[in-house]
Design a protein around this ligand. Structure first.
Ligand code: CUA
Length: 324
């Protein structure tokens, strides 16, 4: 019976491993994480098949006859069996903790040569800050060079969020008041999605950002472009801010954004003046567009944006609204 359980468990484990359940593994840290995952999962499948096999067999083999009113024969325990079912799980759990511990140390090691990006989470958006030659660059997109380790320092402005890029496997909470960190070494050029995996409020499911892994040259070009954008002023700066901060939720044809979390500004913006635009940014609950919920848009843009940034954003939106 035990042999049959082990054989069925082995066959099921093989099927489980052959089906590609997981997203592609596109960071160096993803390999060890997947190995731990499969190590634990295969143990679980074999144990489950064994326990289920013995249970089903016992139910079938030892079932009472319809006219059998006996209590059944008394059982006084079985020392050998108890030793086995204590020792085997203890050995398995110990093996799992040792293996997980080894992998955790391996993937959390911060290499001496690495880039740092500060990741800030807030209801319901991500922002990424780069320190380059003394200049701070903030973007709504996480751009990274391929094959280089980067330390992401995570924090949150309001409630607990959690940073996750499924293809990189690495995940950690972003907590207000403290700094947590993860190390990621993306190994594939391409576009990925940063997902918030901690229920953080009404807009939790929409809390996404784009992660772009570029070649070394592409990354340097991106940084140069960001530096140029950061030096802009007036409505040009406003347009950049809009794409970075507002475009993840609002559609606006002029900025080329298409998100549908908040109202489509091509519909609600025309004809609106500076006061209305400013109020809608710093106090979004003042007037809610029909069909939308209050409290989805962050209420702290008045603090997040500097006065000068706010002015340039209002200036840009006034232009789009046709009021300048
Ligand atoms: Cu932030 Cu969920």
């Amino acid at each position: 019976m035990v042999l049959v359980g082990v054989a069925v468990g082995g066959a099921l484990a093989l099927v489980a491993v052959l089906i590609p359940w997981l997203p592609s593994a596109d960071a160096e840290e993803a390999g060890p994480v997947d190995q731990v995952y499969w190590f634990v999962t295969i143990i679980c499948i074999v144990i489950f098949a064994l326990v289920a096999g013995v249970s089903v067999y016992a139910v079938w083999k030892f079932r009472a006859a319809p006219d059998d009113e006996d209590d059944g024969s008394p059982i006084h325990g079985h020392t050998g069996l108890e030793v086995v079912w204590t020792a085997v799980p203890a050995a398995l759990v110990t093996a799992i903790s040792i293996y997980s511990g080894v992998v955790l140390v391996q993937i959390e090691r911060i290499p001496p040569e690495h880039r740092v990006v500060e990741v800030t989470a807030q209801q319901f958006a991500w922002s990424f800050t780069y320190e380059e030659n003394g200049t701070q660059i903030t973007s709504g997109t996480l751009a990274l060079p391929v094959d280089q380790p980067v330390e992401l320092k995570l924090t949150a402005r309001d409630v607990i969020h959690s940073f996750w890029v499924p293809e990189w496997r690495m995940k950690k909470d972003a907590v207000p008041g403290i700094e947590t960190d993860i190390v990621v070494t993306p190994s594939k050029v391409g576009n990925f999605t940063v997902v918030c995996t901690e229920l953080c409020g009404l807009g939790h499911a929409t809390m996404r950002a784009q992660a772009v892994v570029l070649t070394q040259q592409g990354f340097e070009d991106w940084l140069r472009e960001q530096r140029r954008l950061a030096e802009q002023a007036g409505s040009a700066q406003g347009a950049t801010l809009f794409t970075q901060q507002c475009g993840t939720c609002h559609a606006l044809a002029d900025a080329g954004t298409t998100a549908e979390v908040g109202p489509n500004l091509d519909n609600v913006l025309p004809g609106k003046g500076a006061d209305f635009i400013q109020e809608s940014i710093v106090n979004p609950n003042a007037e809610i567009t029909p069909g939308f919920q209050p409290d989805v848009m962050p209420g702290n843009f008045g603090e997040v944006l500097s006065q000068q940034q706010l002015d340039s954003l209002v200036e840009y939106l006034q232009e789009v609204a046709g009021q300048r």
